[in-house]
Design a protein around this ligand. Structure first.
Ligand code: ZN
Length: 150
């Protein structure tokens, strides 16, 4: 478990320092904003779809290391996936961070994202880690919405 914790920390640090897909998508895209007032995290997730496939996904915003790293890893994970696949990943991720799914069972669907299993021990952090997913879901379901974890 110590190794997993170290890996988790180094991945969070890395993605917080140099977040992937930290930009806007130009052209036609859907987006949604996520607010987590408890921590002060604010993210805007943009997606561009090619039919049913997430062709591009990016985020902007400010927040704690966990919210940023989670968004960064999420954009890497869902790019190229179908909307249905991304939706399944959201479900697995949510079950895992709320402690209802063991990380080893989440891993086939989530890959690297299974590292976030540790946040299930910290209820406040669950909202930080899942904020980007709520915003992604809102962006996929409708245009220009603001979602809140509250
Ligand atoms: Zn946070």
């Amino acid at each position: 478990m110590a190794d997993l914790r170290e890996l988790y920390q180094s991945v969070i640090l890395d993605h917080n320092r140099s977040p992937r897909n930290f930009r806007d998508i130009t052209g036609s895209s859907r987006w949604a904003e996520g607010n987590n007032p408890l921590c002060g995290d604010r993210l805007r997730v943009s997606v561009s779809l090619a039919g049913d496939v997430i062709e591009d996904v990016a985020f902007r915003g400010s927040g704690c290391a966990i919210s940023k790293a989670s968004a960064s890893l999420m954009t890497e994970a869902v790019k190229g996936k179908t909307v249905a696949e991304a939706s399944t990943m959201f479900d697995r991720f949510h079950e895992m961070v709320t402690g209802r799914l063991a990380p080893e069972d989440a891993k086939p669907a989530l890959g690297k994202l299974a590292l976030f299993a540790g946040v299930s021990e910290f209820p406040v952090r669950v909202k930080c880690a899942s904020l980007c997913w709520h915003a992604l879901k809102a962006a996929l379901e409708a245009d220009q919405e603001v979602v809140s974890t509250e």
